[in-house]
Design a protein around this ligand. Sequence first.
Ligand code: ZN
Length: 164
Amino acid sequence: MGTGTGAGALVNGELVHGLLHPEMGHIFIRKHPDDLFPGICPYHHDCLEGLASGKALEKRYLIKGQELTDESAWQLEAYYLVQGIMNYILTLSPELIILGGGVSKQSILLEYIREYVVKMLNVYINSNKILNNINSYIINPSLGDNAGIMGALALGLKVIGVNK
Ligand SMILES: [Zn+2]
């Protein structure tokens, strides 16, 4: 959740790759009925990335996301991001969700996301992890801003056959 919106899935320690790679930021979501913003994705306009990426936030509110203090703006952001997260929960059944990137640094956003995931799933997924431990089910990366570069290093080490 940063300039763009994307996601990856780790299954049995391996990233899901597929034909090219998953583009989980470009999924279609339900637009809020009061939202007139057309979205910014050049391919789909109002896909998840088109409505909720850092670039979309900037275009929608005409300020950078880190300067955005309006709680209703973060509630709308959570409304969109949670639809994506719900789709990932329903299709992949992840054991843990890690939200990184610049947009995820808004602590109020993480609180809304956790709250809305529980609400929007509406007990359909009857898991103790979601219902009673949402704060440990949806987390920020423990490596913080170094998560991306550390992941790249880990991948490089794996490619050249160095374990850990
Ligand atoms: Zn798109």
